[in-house]
Write a protein that binds this ligand. Structure first.
Ligand code: F6P
Length: 415
């Protein structure tokens, strides 16, 4: 079977260290299966609406480019946080998009993203049905947050988890140098799901105690209890290291991050930039306990650290891209590719597809039974689930002492 028309691919939402491996998976598989042209939307559907796209073959020209792109962090094509309206006949946004797709003779549409981006695939495939269009729309999973439903995990999570666990180990060692009391609060991304924060537990091993406490958004955060726990730990150790998710909330629903500063504007999906929880907690420790305290925000570092990607993750990122193309070629639409774990030891995961309507806009949280009873650490079952996802490495291509990346050949926004 061959592809009988052009394909277009876009990247959407927050980037990851391996999102371009999925882009390569889509591009290479589509070309291998005969797609005459594979276009890339610049800045997702938002860019497509202003006819900003490129012919990817002008930008990925050799096997070396493919290898470099796999190792290039962040979204090669740029991204967006753009919410489509509800699909209705006569809606001008959809009319515009489908007019552009027709002009480019697109038969296959791929969107690499998380739960908000799957909303785009859902709406586009619904609109296609309304107008009896034969274009196939497929979602390719991606998010460091690991909060997409149905799939065992999401590409991007394993590499972010590997970075978090590695850097947490280094921070714990750094904290041991002085003979004074200190508390270090590490802030980890993940919005309303604690998968990434929990990954800090993987720092624990023969050579490292791991963080002392881990707070996830799935459990209400109690300020007084937190201070008591810190004081208790300080009775037996000088350096205390605590991991908190950016999305931890108080019983009244407020984010801890909001206590220290105004979080400002919301994006199109109603999300605020959740930074500041660690800074707030660290200041409170200084104020209430009086010891040395430091806040470390991993911030965007945890999602663009391509120098320490997980080989399992980058390989799966490629596979989900390829699987989306094959599924679309076979006639599937309105679906997202999922990863199904077949076995833990040896770790084996295969791809499948699932109705995107049941995945879009849903946030998958860490199950309560994978968090300890006191709500301040993850369980062994959690660690057992994450550990296979951080295994092995893919070394960067080093040029002049630094990792080399692939960038768009020219910054022209059209072909
Ligand atoms: O969606 C992934 C993510 O990295 C979240 O962990 C984080 O809260 C959010 O994106 C940040 O979004 P932005 O890059 O739009 O500031």
């Amino acid at each position: 079977m061959r592809m009988n028309g052009n394909a277009i691919v876009g990247q959407s939402g927050g980037p990851t260290a391996v999102i371009n491996s999925s882009l390569v998976g889509v591009y290479k598989t589509a070309r291998d299966l005969g797609a005459p042209t594979v276009y890339g939307m610049l800045n997702g559907v938002q860019g497509l609406l202003s006819e900003r796209y490129v012919d990817l073959s002008n930008h990925i020209q050799s096997d070396l480019d493919i290898e470099l792109l796999k190792r290039t962090p962040s979204s090669f094509l740029g991204s967006c946080r753009f919410k489509l309206p509800e699909p209705e006949l006569g809606n001008e946004v959809f009319e515009k998009i489908f007019e552009i797709l027709k002009k480019l003779d697109i038969r296959y549409f791929f969107y690499i993203g998380g739960n908000d981006s799957m909303d785009t695939i859902k709406k586009l495939s619904d609109y296609a049905e309304l107008i009896h269009s034969s274009i196939r729309f497929m979602g390719v999973p991606k998010t460091i947050d690991n909060d997409l439903d149905v799939t065992d995990h999401t590409p991007g999570f394993g590499s972010a988890a590997k970075y978090i666990a590695s850097i947490t180990k280094e921070i714990i060692r750094d904290g041991l140098v002085y003979d004074i009391d200190s508390v270090t609060i590490i802030e980890i991304m993940g919005r309303n799901a604690g998968w990434l924060a929990g990954a800090a537990a993987l720092a624990k091993g023969e050579d490292c105690e791991g963080p002392d406490l881990i707070f996830l958004p799935e459990v209400e955060f109690d300020m007084e209890l937190f201070m008591d726990k810190v004081r208790e730990l300080q009775k037996t150790k000088k350096s205390v290291v605590i991991a908190v998710s950016e999305g931890i909330r108080l019983a009244d629903g407020r984010y801890v991050a909001e206590l220290g500063a105004d979080l400002g504007r919301e994006d199109a999906f109603g999300h605020k930039i959740l930074t500041g929880a660690a800074t707030y907690l660290s200041r409170e420790i200084g104020r209430q306990i009086g010891c040395k305290s430091r806040a470390i925000e991993f911030n965007t570092l945890q999602r663009c650290a391509s120098h320490i990607v997980s080989r399992v993750d980058i390989t799966e990122a490629f596979q989900v891209g390829g699987a989306a193309v094959k599924a679309a070629m076979e006639g599937q639409t309105g679906k997202m590719v999922t990863l199904k774990r077949v076995s833990d030891d040896p770790y084996i995961c295969v791809t499948d597809t699932f109705d995107v309507h049941k995945i879009a806009n849903v946030e998958k949280k860490v199950p309560r039974e994978w968090i300890n009873e006191s709500g301040d650490y993850v369980t062994e079952a959690f660690e057992h689930y994450v550990r296979p996802l951080i295994q092995a490495e893919l070394t960067p291509m080093m040029v002049d002492g630094l990792p080399r990346h692939l960038t768009l050949r020219d910054k022209a926004h059209k072909n």
